[in-house]
Design a protein around this ligand. Sequence first.
Ligand code: HEM
Length: 309
Amino acid sequence: MPIERRTQKDGVSSMPVAQPGIFAQGTRSHRHLEFDANGGVEPEAVLAALRELRQPSVTAGGANIVVGFRPSLWQELDASARGVGDFAFPVLDGLANTPHDVWIWTHGTGEDVMLDVARAVSALLAPVAHLATDLAGFVYHDGRDLTGFIDGTENPPVEVAHATAVVPAGQPGAGGSYAITQRWVHDLAAFHALAVEDQQRVFGRTKPDSVELDDTAKPANAHIARVVIEEDGDELEIYRRSVPYGRVEELGLYFVAFSADHTRFEKMLRRMFGHSGDGLHDRLTDFTRPVSGSAYFVPSVDALGDVLG
Ligand code: HEM
C-alpha cells in the first residue's frame, strides 16, 4: 500500500530537504550501483531492505549516498509523488535504454570507502534485488573528461544548483530531483587523431582552459551549441555530476544529471542525436556512444524518511 506523506509539520508548510549528496563537492572517488528487483518481489520489500542504509554502520566513513528509484516505482511507494512516474528514459534512435529499479550513487574521498559502501549496500539488497551495474568513477586531473576537455565549466554553481535540480514546493515530488545516468564509451584514438583546433570545434570550447569559441568559430554541431537551448529567453539548465571511468581497453564518461524538470533531458538528447528537426546532430556523438541510459527519481530526505518509516 502506498504511504501517505505529511507535507505539513505542526500546521506549517515546510519545503522537503533534497538529498545532500547530489550537491556535495570535493569528492574524487565515485561509485554507481544499479539494481533490479528479483522476480516476484514487491516494491515494499526492496524498500524494507534499504531501511538499513540509515544505520551508521553503512553510512559512516566519509561517503555521500544518493538513492534514486525508477520513477514509476517511486510513484507506487509515495502517494504525494503522483505524476513523477510519467518520467522514463527517452526512446530515441542512437540512445541505449536500460531501465533499472534502484540507483545508488556513493562518492567520497577514497576508493576503499566506496568499495565498502558498495559491498554493504549490495549485501543489504541481495535477498530482494540483484546488481546490474557496478561502476567505479573518478575525478580526472582538474575535472576533465578523458578527451582532455574540462567538464563542468557551465554547470550551475552550488548557490543556484538547488533551484536547477530540485522540484519546487507545491509540485508532485517536491524536494526530489529527476535524474538520468548514461554510460558512454569513447573512441579516444579517433578523437585524439584530430588536431586540437578541430577537437575544440567538437566541443565549442578551448582545450586548455574551456573558453567558449565565439559564434563565428563555433560550429552549429558543436556539443555546447546542441545542448544550450533557450526557451522564452531563459536557458534550460541541468545540474551535471558526471565522472570518467575505465581501464585501458575501455574508457568513457558516466554521465549523471539532475533537473527540476525532466523534459529538459529529452530536449537536449534530441538535439544531440539528430531528432530535433533541424537535420543536425552533435559532433561529439561521432566519437563517443551511450551504452546505457536510465531515468530515476531521487526523492527528498523527508519523503524517503516517511516512506521508509
Ligand atoms: C560523453 C558524453 C559527454 C561529454 C564528454 C560531455 C562533455 C562536456 C563538456 C566538455 C562540456 C563543456 C564544459 C562545461 O560547460 O561543462 C559540456 C557542456 C555541457 N553538456 Fe555535455 N558532455 C557529454 C554528454 C552530455 C549530455 C548527454 C548532455 C545532456 C543530456 C550534456 C549536457 C551539457 C550541458 C547542458 C552543458 C553546458 C553547456 C553550456 O551551458 O555551455 N552533455 N559537456
